[in-house]
Design a protein around this ligand. Sequence first.
Ligand SMILES: Nc1ncnc2c1ncn2[C@@H]1O[C@H](COP(=O)(O)OP(=O)(O)O)[C@@H](O)[C@H]1O
Ligand SMILES: [Mg+2]
Length: 257
Amino acid sequence: MIEIRNLYKVFGTKMVLNNLSLTVRRGETKVVIGRSGVGKTVLLRNIVGLVRPDSGSIKINGVEVTNLNEKEYNRLRMEIGMVFQGGALFDSMNVGENVGFVLNEFMSLDKKTVQEKVRDALALVGLKDVEDMMPSQLSGGMKKRVSLARVLCMEPHIILYDEPTTGVDPITAAAINNLIIELRNKLKVTSIVVTHDMNSAYQVADSIAMFYKGQVIADGTPDEIKNSQHPVIQQFIHGEAHGPVTEDENLVFGHVK
Ligand SMILES: Nc1ncnc2c1ncn2[C@@H]1O[C@H](COP(=O)(O)OP(=O)(O)O)[C@@H](O)[C@H]1O
Ligand SMILES: [Mg+2]
């Protein structure tokens, strides 16, 4: 469903994606783990075309997307939902307007149909009668749910989640994990979940890819990753300060000489 080959992205003098390849099968939930700053968000932004790669290939459903123009990409974006790290809700709009934004702006649907779709999407994420609330009145977990509902409104085939459980309490995190699993099972969506929450990774993943130095250094089932002897993976999944990855590594790796 998503096939990424030999992707490169440089910002200034920093090589963020360095010959990165990753395949996500149809209906699969692929979890991407790796340290802060390693390029996880940049990868998702490349997939939805908010950032364009310097070179390499991204195929979605068999179609090469790296050379699509903005108009063509917009059409594709209707099928790909991206749940942004901070929720990215419009502060001046209430929940209903936020969730129904794209439907209202870009689809020729009547008000009632939009309202129904908004209500259904909110119900999918376990929220009811919240349409009139403003984002500032919502907890972090509710914001994440609302931003997921906004994506679900579009009935996407692919959902990209950027750190869906970061900054929420453990109970909300468990609920979000269950939602991700439910959406895969019920709606058969293909997903990439970026996270550094290993609990969440083990729960939702069909497979886990580990990012390091701009590349995927391992890709396997949760058990395979758990049992990997690779020192970088061991250090990451156990959250150890000492190991091959040093604190200042992000400062030195990947610089274009
Ligand atoms: N638009 C941009 N311009 C310059 N540098 C960027 C841009 N977007 C991301 N970066 C840099 O790319 C690196 C990877 O960022 P990011 O993908 O956000 O990391 P993370 O793995 O934590 O999501 C960081 O060093 C970040 O500063
Ligand atoms: Mg990020």
